[in-house]
Design a protein around this ligand. Sequence first.
Ligand SMILES: [Ca+2]
Length: 348
Amino acid sequence: MGRSLGAEPRRPALAPLLLLLGLTDTAKKNFGGGNTAWEEKTLSKYESSEIRLVEIIENLCDSSNFECNNMVEEHEEHIETWWFKWKKKYPDLFKWFCIETIEVCCPAGTHGPDCIACHGGSERPCHGNGHCDGDGTRSGDGSCSCKKEYKGEFCLECSDGYYNSYRNDTHSVCTACHDSCKTCTGATNTDCKDCKEGWIRNEEACVDVDECAVEDSPCRTDQYCLNTDGSYSCKACIYAILKMIDLLFYFSACDPSCLGCTGEGPSKCKSCISGYEMKDENCTDVDECTLSEKMCIRENEDCINTPGAYKCACSVGFQDSDGVCVPTVKAEEEMSANASLPNAHEDL
Ligand SMILES: [Ca+2]
């Protein structure tokens, strides 16, 4: 006699089972009409059928679990015995087969040849905060590998960086400390026992170290220092804006005239390299040629301002000859030509 089924709620589950039996068409026909008697008959037959047994054996292990599949294959006759003889008395196949008959498994929370309790007890091995070595098998030593928040033989204590937010004899909950604490007794930065690197203790709490506030910036001169909680970073002074709109590219940079900067962009120079001066918060080229002190002192030479510097060069019509500006050959010719002409204006 098969078990009777609660027809209504179990009906949808019948479809895949009947498919297995190759009764798809019949199933469809009968499901619509709700032929319950037919269903029950088919199902009870199926429940104790060899097809069902094969299906159970096939699904006992994960297909990728080689060891488990091997074991099942090796002990297939046991399972058959259970199916035809012990199923009613011992409905839990896993328990009957793996734990009691072939003695490969142990009940959850126990381990070793005699299935003894894991550390912390079989009810909640490792107090629920770790994994018991050999849990559910005939091997292992029952010791605990704690989750990262926990430590100790029984996973009741908190790791560094965590504190007990709840604790009694059997339960322990460890919660992360504030970012600034290496170890702590509570959740905020006033509960730190030790500060983490990058943080320093003032009277009551661990506070961020401002690495950028020091005279000597930890960054290169073409970078500025950006303080962050627990650390700092060095950012490039130069910044670029790439605009793909209208295929225009804008490139803007903290000018090479910057000697260190306090932020991104050309207006954030700390000071200027020589040849530049700070004007309206920008490093601007100094026009040496307009300074009251004359830069180019030779005769017949001009001062030419350049970005960050200046040049002295012979005036038009003159050329450099051993450090002296002398009239060019062409100019000389013109001059002599002029000299040889009768002076038309002399009489005026
Ligand atoms: Ca910092």
